[in-house]
Design a protein around this ligand. Sequence first.
Ligand code: ZN
Length: 187
Amino acid sequence: MAVLPIVICGDPVLHRPAEPVTAFDDELRSLVDDMFETCEAAPGVGLAAPQVGVGKRVFVWMYESQGDVPARGVAVNPELWIAPVEPGLPGEEEVEGCLSFPGERFALRRSSRALLRAQDVEGARYEVEVDGWFARIMQHEYDHLDGLLYVDRLVHPESRGAQKAERKNGWGVPGLSWMPGVDDLEG
Ligand code: ZN
């Protein structure tokens, strides 16, 4: 197991759709182990494979259990259904962050309920339904697999704040990353 560097906004792997997983093998198990370790070290509540430079449809979450949904989980080749997003501007409690846009936070309206269908690391299919912040995590991580960052979804004036932050930090170019536990940043 190893902590992996986390790719920063601007690298192409974060901005293109990830490829489906076809082999449920040791390489996948090792990737998932490393993703859990990286997510824990960051620390974060979720991490998608493109964020560690791997363009595969895999994400992990590390949050709080909800009903029979475990606190830690992995979603391979996920599908996500969400309830309609309430119209209006996001509230202050809807401030989100991303390990690939580290140290910055912006408010974004999300759906309050999500149904996830995915495979586990062995390839077994499962389905879970979550709400509240857990549903937000699922939407955030799922977006990563479609090449979308949460900052791509922001509306004015939050979107302007994110653009300024990107310029200020010198992001938006390929090849940048940071190392959890070494660099003093957080998502
Ligand atoms: Zn993210």
